[in-house]
Design a protein around this ligand. Structure first.
Ligand code: NDP
Length: 290
């Protein structure tokens, strides 16, 4: 079994971006984060993204709003950032409060600044295999992890667990592209799928993104499978100072002896998501200069 080290691969991408940004004359890419409320996980995610953007030499900015911000006020800020030529990328940190519709908010962002890749236009561009679009960061990170770990998807059966807009759907669309780095046969499973283990056992590559701790067990995979565990779940653990530990959607102890390659949690897909956000921001900057 080979561990796919997301920390290492993400650090390589960050170093590549840093080098590229250092060669830019004059203006630097600017990413603006919008955070609503003080959810500790959101604060920590935005801080992490902010730190990496600064480390690469980009200009990170933060716009904060209280949880009871009105849709009108939030959208006015998005409109202002859309119109500001010094802002190249806009990221709206999820989750948003329930009175603000997330998809409507993603659609408000200028597709050319939508570095999160959730705008309808950018999702459509994945379907059309139009590379001028922005691919959502987690699915893009998964594809990058696979290609940098020399996993070919060509002709393989990729099984995706989960059909969310953020992970499951876009990663399935990417894996089936008519491209040398894709060309997979893809099956997408969800909570209404019957006899899920009989499908997951067919997977050459299994991508688990359902948000259920240690859901995938040894009886659900075939020997030699490549496993990408997207799940980030907090599980109570009194032996930890924090009172919890992070675990994926895959039972690592059971599945890793059967897998040819597998990502750990943490240290697998998570760091890649941030690295790909920075890659998208540099792309947005370049498109704005063209
Ligand atoms: P969502 O909750 O949006 O989607 C979960 C999907 O899993 C749904 O399609 C749901 O089916 C399906 N599902 C739920 N239970 C089952 C089940 N028992 N059997 C089969 N399918 C099931 O989650 P996300 O896609 O946003 O996130 C998934 C996981 O990935 C979470 O742990 C999240 O924290 C993590 N994540 C990690 C990221 C990273 O950077 N590493 C980034 C984003 C997410 P249905 O559609 O029928 O409800």
């Amino acid at each position: 079994m080979e561990l796919i080290n997301g920390n290492e691969i993400a650090a390589t991408i960050v170093a590549e971006l840093k080098e590229e940004v250092s060669l830019l004359q004059g203006k630097k890419p600017c990413i603006t984060f919008i955070r609503v409320g003080d959810d500790p996980a959101s604060v920590s995610y935005v801080n992490k993204k902010n730190k990496i953007a600064a480390e690469i030499g980009m200009t990170p900015k933060l716009e904060q709003f209280p949880l009871d911000v009105s849709k009108e006020e939030l959208f006015a800020k998005i409109d202002e950032l859309n119109a500001d030529p010094s802002v190249h990328g806009i990221l709206i940190q999820a989750p948003l409060p329930s009175h603000i519709d997330a998809v409507e908010t993603f659609r408000r962002v200028d597709p050319g600044k939508d570095v999160d890749g959730f705008h309808t236009v950018n999702i459509g561009k994945i379907c059309q295999e139009d590379e001028t679009g922005f691919v959502a960061c987690t699915p893009a990170g998964i594809m990058e992890l696979l290609s940098r770990s020399n996993v070919s998807l060509d002709g393989k059966h990729v099984v995706v667990l989960g059909r969310s807009l953020i992970v499951g759907k876009p990663v399935a669309l990417l894996a089936m592209q008519r491209q040398s780095w894709a060309n997979a046969t893809v099956t997408v499973c969800h909570s209404r799928t019957t006899d899920l283990p009989s499908i997951t056992r067919q997977a050459d590559v299994l991508i688990a993104a359902i948000g259920k701790p240690e859901f995938v067990t040894k009886d659900m995979v075939k020997p030699g499978v490549v496993v990408i565990d997207v799940g980030i779940n907090r599980v109570a653990d009194s032996s930890r100072k924090s009172g919890y530990r992070l675990t994926g959607d895959v039972n690592f102890a059971e599945v890793s002896p059967l897998a040819s390659k597998i990502t750990p949690v943490p240290g697998g897909v998570g760091p890649m998501t941030v690295a790909m956000l920075m890659k998208n921001t540099l792309k947005a900057f370049k498109l704005a200069q063209a």
